[in-house]
Write a protein that binds this ligand. Structure first.
Ligand code: XLS
Ligand code: MG
Length: 351
């Protein structure tokens, strides 16, 4: 990845259909009416987005009851819809947390039949990816973990994951797999909770060059880590293939708040790390995995996407206009108090 910043990157944005949602939470029903997939598509360009992120069944609803050929035929129709709107599929992720076979995890379930379901489902995901024109698969390990420590063998779980990933890599030698780590929710503890775990696993696969990561800001925060440091770690390995930028107010449920809405400085530092590593130059998207608040009215159900993109672009300007010489002087003098005032002043537009 290039470190040249002479030609500024023109960022391309993406989100998933689930990011325009109905407002249900575990404590109450929907507060907004559903919007059909076909009605969501025209909103992408209108909001300044070029990429669509998919769960496999966002593209092919009801796929568990369909044959591989039927799944591909439906995915072809979705590809035509994307083409009609000038959109591309960024990635497809297997949704391994709805089917009864995944009640206690898919790839790491104690049941061999459940593990086989997860694998077969992932092969169908790959068929969908290829049909939609992307070679990137994202795996968010939703239920791969435990509610109680004794329920599974954590060492064996790593071997199961490795075996599943190797089989996916062998199923199609052109695909890349980005692991999206998250430390908890829905599980008490999820396996592969951080990007360090994901990259460690990547190096143990049969083709490490095809296994990388997607970092979601909120997931890093839930692990008590700084998202920009997590991104820097993945970037140093050449393994940051997508991001889910959003925000999170401390250690609670996964909030998926608008990017930058809680902590502007933390958002600034994420963009800075991306920008300095040339993120986006190899076609990587800036994904915004953000959710509208439950209180949001129907007509305002896409404002969080517009807001997140606007905050991102405003902060890109803040990164690009930071006086690097002044910053270097503070660092050289080890005047971190001065540096703090300089950075916060820059963000606030004051001195
Ligand atoms: C959930 C995840 C999910 C993934 C896609 O916490 O963020 O939305 O990004 O499977
Ligand atoms: Mg995500």
């Amino acid at each position: 990845m290039s470190t040249q910043t002479s030609q500024p990157v023109k960022y391309r944005f993406s989100f998933g259909p689930w990011n325009i949602s109905e407002g249900a939470d575990p404590f109450g029903p929907e507060t907004r009416k559903p919007i059909a997939f076909a009605k969501k598509l025209p909103l992408y360009k209108k909001l300044g987005f070029d990429g669509v992120q998919f769960h496999d069944d966002d593209a092919v609803p009801g796929m568990d009851a369909m044959t591989p050929a039927q799944i591909i035929a439906k995915a072809r129709a979705v590809k035509r819809q994307l083409d009609d709107h000038g959109l591309v599929a960024e990635f497809v992720a297997p949704r391994l947390w709805f089917n009864p076979h995944t009640i206690d995890g898919g790839y790491t379930s104690n049941s061999a039949a459940d593990r086989q379901y997860a694998l077969d489902r992932s092969f169908r995901t790959i068929d969908i990816m290829r049909t939609l024109g992307t070679n990137l698969m994202v795996i968010w390990l939703a239920r791969e973990g435990t509610y109680i420590r004794e329920a599974k063998n954590a060492r064996l779980a790593v071997e199961h994951l490795l075996e599943a990933i190797n089989k996916m890599l062998a199923y199609d030698r052109g695909i890349r797999i980005a692991i999206e780590p998250k430390p908890n929710e829905p599980m008490d503890h999820t396996y592969i909770p951080t990007i360090g775990h994901a990259i460690g696993l990547a190096y143990r696969t049969n083709d490490p060059s095809r296994v990388g990561g997607l970092i979601e800001s909120a997931h890093a925060i839930l692990a008590g880590l700084d998202p920009s440091d997590e991104m820097a770690y993945a970037l140093s390995h050449g393994k940051l293939w997508s991001v889910h930028l959003n925000d999170q107010n401390g250690l609670k449920f996964d909030e998926d708040k608008s990017f930058g809405a809680v902590d502007l400085r933390r958002a600034f530092n994420q963009i800075r790390v991306l920008e300095e590593a040339g993120y986006g130059r190899n076609g990587e998207f800036v994904g915004l995995d953000v959710k509208a608040m439950r209180a949001t009215r129907q007509a305002d159900g896409i404002k969080h996407l517009a807001n997140s993109r606007a905050f991102f672009l405003a902060l890109v300007e803040k990164v690009r206009t930071l006086d690097r010489k002044k910053e270097a002087a503070f660092i050289a003098a080890r005047d971190y108090e001065g540096l703090e005032r300089f950075i916060v002043g820059h963000l606030m537009g004051t001195r």
